[in-house]
Design a protein around this ligand. Structure first.
Ligand code: SF4
Ligand code: SF4
Length: 193
């Protein structure tokens, strides 16, 4: 992607970089916390979304590094609940997506996110090969991340208690279908090697 760099300082921060690539301005966030309150996964994240924005605002390299290596960026479901609640309409999922791509390229992804990443890669590959719509890929990704979380015994009961796993019946219904999509994806991957 070619974006003009609008920043004059010699050492652009991660927030500058994000702004250049996504047009999302971290500085717009005034730390009201509504995004974190509404995010269905903030309790499981190492840094909830409002903290992610604050870390970016500081421009401190050590915090930027922590963000790139965080589990948070892989847990984000792109559900857009945070945008709906944000008075400044900060597009946090876009930021998370940029951080995921950057961190993958740099080989800095959080080891806890191994399964999520393998699915993330699988669906990207699948879209590339089949030309399936990006939106479809996002739905697949969403479901696979949710399945992954359900397998995490430590996380799931906590989420049930809080009534945050309302997607469960749909997941059980769709599980077989999703498995076959992914089996096919992996088979295609093998065949094309
Ligand atoms: S898009 Fe990500 S950060 Fe925003 S509410 Fe959903 S899971 Fe949380
Ligand atoms: S809701 Fe918007 S303004 Fe409030 S903390 Fe989150 S990103 Fe910042």
């Amino acid at each position: 992607m070619s974006h003009e760099n609008h920043h004059s300082h010699a050492n652009p921060t991660l927030a500058d970089e994000i702004h250049d690539h996504t047009e999302v301005l971290a500085a717009k966030c005034y730390q009201c916390g509504k995004c974190s309150a509404g995010c269905p996964l903030s309790d499981e994240m190492d840094y909830p979304p409002s903290v992610v924005m604050r870390m970016l605002q500081t421009g401190m390299p050590e915090l930027e590094e922590k963000l790139l290596r965080s589990y948070t960026i892989w847990l984000c479901l792109t559900c857009e609940m945070c945008i709906a609640r944000c008075p400044m309409e900060v597009d946090i999922p876009k930021v998370m997506d940029y951080l995921r791509e950057k961190t993958l390229k740099a080989g800095k992804a959080n080891p806890k996110a191994k399964n999520i990443i393998s699915f993330h890669k699988a669906f990207l590959d699948s879209i590339q090969k089949t030309g399936r719509l990006y939106e479809m890929g996002l739905i697949v990704d969403y479901k696979m991340r949710s399945l992954n979380m359900m397998q995490d015994v430590a996380v799931a009961p906590k989420m049930f208690m809080k009534g945050k796993l309302s997607i469960l019946p749909e997941l059980i219904k769709e599980r077989k279908k999703m498995e076959s999509i992914f089996k096919k994806t992996f088979k295609n991957k093998e065949a094309s090697k």
